[in-house]
Design a protein around this ligand. Sequence first.
Ligand code: DX5
Ligand code: ZN
Length: 216
Amino acid sequence: MIKIAPSILSADFCDLARDIQRVSSADWLHVDVMDGMFVPNLTIGVPVVQSIRRHTEMFLDVHLMIEKPGRYVEAFARAGADLLTVHLEADMPPALHAALAEMDRLGVKKGIALRPITAAEAVIPYLREDGVDLILVMTVEPGFGGQSFMADQLPKIRAVRRYIQQYRPECRLEVDGGVNAETARQVVEAGADVLVAGSAVYGAPDPAAAIAALRG
Ligand code: DX5
Ligand code: ZN
């Protein structure tokens, strides 16, 4: 079953409550946290996640695009995140393994994300040793919404799907960046089962219709 995760990065932050309501037919809410270091942009932090949590019961999929994300795992977990995803490039492996173990202790689901440059093989230890719940393959350079889908990531999505089937079939495979009704079909065919979409949902005249179109 495919899950659709609208990214509030493309919402109107002055009217976030309304814009969350607009995507209530989706499955998850994707929250992009950026620190101006790991990516050249700043977005939202812990207090905003806390406010969103009070406002909605949707599953909060929090994508941490921050250096040394272990520093903030506890704060985002306590703020109400359901799933925290950390980037493989954001710290050394021992620190990432520790961050994932902390997510377990705090009772949140745990994911790892790959920038376009990072090879599929990098996910293997995290599937085997950490039992991650989700792998996020970026199909744009992280940092901004509204970029074009990188079709050269499709073979990587297929490879990650093979590793998931081999080592941890219950793990979800999420794709983020340039996903619209057309590219959604390609990533689902390649093995994705969670689709993040910012501009394709919030840039559409009818977000609910856009969500339905993404489901295919
Ligand atoms: C980009 C973010 C994405 C972004 C996707 O770094 O991780 O979640 O919101 O936006 P679109 O769907 O417009 O590419
Ligand atoms: Zn994201």
